[in-house]
Design a protein around this ligand. Structure first.
Ligand code: UDX
Ligand code: UDX
Length: 441
């Protein structure tokens, strides 16, 4: 099949690479540098395993990237994968989606053969796909039998994007008609080597399915964090032991029960805000659970800084090391990273903040305080003479380095482990070590 993917971000590139196994993929993006990189076989995002596959897809002419003003040619399936960020009031900003749909309909005569599918993969509020695409088709007087319309959410995780795209637990297809849903199923089946469950539903159910999945995962995390707050008051209790006992109940499942610095990234915070806004503003209903998930999460960075202040009241003018800037290990993405809030709180307390991240040099930190901190990929330089350290992202390198070495050149031995990566037996005697979900020493 000939596939056009609009938006060469995490989702667009990853899905494009996977589908280029058996299809011809064109990635369309407004960012010229991104388009140039892809056409040179260079992957513009950090994702394990992706660079090699992208390089060979481009060199085998199974994948190419273009700008909006380039000609495209006839397509069988178009998937829109541009971002849907939050507006300041929490509502979903659909402007990139609308630009993409405008572009497709401007070029419709060039793109359309006998039958073509237009679908959205980006997370959008229920009703968006029908309003923006199906209604447009009828307004323009296009034969509705010539275009199938789908909403096909993507559940991949950054850092594991290739694995998730190649071996998805399920593929959800929301479609207005059976023909479109069957073609999209076939499109995936021919590229995936792994047997996957296909779940077909209405377009609106599929749109909500993405919000509900992300909300449930965020619920598990905030729930685990709230339980950790309780556990910290009980001598000899440990949240990790407790969640192991809890998660092995097959009705609960063990994943996404890790307490820590809270969730960040480009999806959970924006999707929780989006669903709250949809419920409260569009449907006028209260969503106390979603509000609680958000509230519990928003206090996680404060908690880490409060732990530090319990160990040392006065950090003004002192060097504090922050380990990890990415919102989770395995990615160079800092969007909504809990680390950013930790850094801001430390700067408000006049601390001298040094930040380490193994992918530091690749990071784009568009933050108001970029110039006020020192970011480095040199772990030793970051920790040397520090008066305390807060670990926010659970990069493997921290666990591999070990507490002894990490704290060796610190001035004051205070270590706040915001991701619980060390066990009790690894804590050196001379270290003040506070962590999540275990009574502080
Ligand atoms: C995706 C989804 O689309 C989002 O709705 C979902 O919630 C998370 O995953 P992501 O792949 O992370 O977003 O987006 P991002 O990495 O920000 O990339 C978006 C790409 O679209 C960028 O390369 C950007 O240049 C491009 N873009 C944006 C366009 O090509 N056209 C536009 O009008 C806007
Ligand atoms: C998430 C969803 O998992 C994915 O299905 C969807 O398509 C996009 O949003 P992503 O944001 O890439 O994926 O990463 P994820 O692994 O879900 O982690 C999100 C955040 O939750 C990270 O900050 C992570 O550190 C945090 N987290 C995750 C926890 O704090 N505890 C956990 O147990 C799991």
């Amino acid at each position: 099949m000939r596939l056009l993917i609009v938006g060469a971000g995490y989702v667009g590139i990853t899905i494009g690479v996977v589908l280029s196994e058996t299809h011809h993929v064109t990635l369309l993006d407004v960012d010229k540098s991104r388009v140039d990189m892809i056409n040179q076989g260079i992957c513009p995002i950090h994702e394990e395993g992706l660079p090699d596959l992208l390089k060979s897809a481009v060199s085998n002419e199974k994948m190419r990237a273009i700008l909006p003003n380039n000609s495209i040619g006839q397509q069988d399936v178009i998937l829109i994968c541009v971002g849907t960020p939050s507006n300041t009031d929490g509502s979903v900003n659909l402007s990139y989606i609308m630009n993409s749909i405008d572009l497709i309909f401007q070029k419709i005569n060039e793109l359309l053969s006998d039958y073509m599918i237009i679908g959205i993969k980006s997370t959008v509020p229920p009703g968006t796909t029908r309003t923006l695409i199906l209604n447009r088709i009828s307004e323009l007087g296009i034969n509705p039998g010539s275009i199938g319309v789908i909403f096909n959410p993507e559940f991949l995780r950054e850092g594991r994007a290739l694995y998730d795209a190649q071996k998805p637990d399920r593929i959800v297809i929301g479609a207005a008609d059976k023909k479109a849903a069957d073609i999209v199923q076939k499109m995936y089946e021919t590229s995936l080597t792994h047997q996957t469950k296909f779940v077909k539903m209405s377009i609106e159910s599929a749109e909500l399915c993405k919000y509900v999945s992300n909300s449930f995962l965020a619920t598990k995390i905030s729930f685990a964090n709230e339980m950790a707050n309780i556990v910290e008051n009980v001598s000899n209790a440990d949240i990790e032991e407790i969640m192991l006992g809890v998660g092995l109940d097959s009705r609960i499942a063990p994943s996404f029960l890790a307490s820590g610095a809270g969730y960040g990234g480009s999806c959970f915070p924006k999707d929780i805000d989006g669903l709250i806004h949809i419920a409260e503003n569009d449907y006028k209903i209260e969503v106390p659970i979603l509000r609680a998930i958000k509230s519990v999460n928003s206090f996680r960075p404060d908690k880490l800084v409060n732990m530090l202040l319990k160990a040392n009241q006065n950090i003004s003018g002192k060097k504090i090391a922050v380990l990890g800037l990415a919102y989770k290990p395995g990615t160079d993405d800092t969007r909504e990273s809990p680390s950013l809030k930790v850094i801001k709180l430390l700067l408000d307390l006049n601390a001298e903040v040094w930040v380490h991240d193994p992918l530091a040099l690749k990071m784009k930190l568009n933050s108001e305080f970029s110039s006020m901190i020192k970011i480095s990929d040199n772990l030793e330089a970051c920790l040397k003479d520090a008066c305390a350290c807060i670990l926010v992202t659970a990069w493997n390198i921290y666990e591999q380095t070990g507490l002894d070495t990490l704290t060796k050149f610190m001035k004051d031995k205070i270590f706040i482990d915001g991701r619980r990566i060390f066990s009790r037996s690894e804590i050196p005697d001379n270290l003040i070590y506070y962590t999540i979900g275990r009574k502080w020493q």
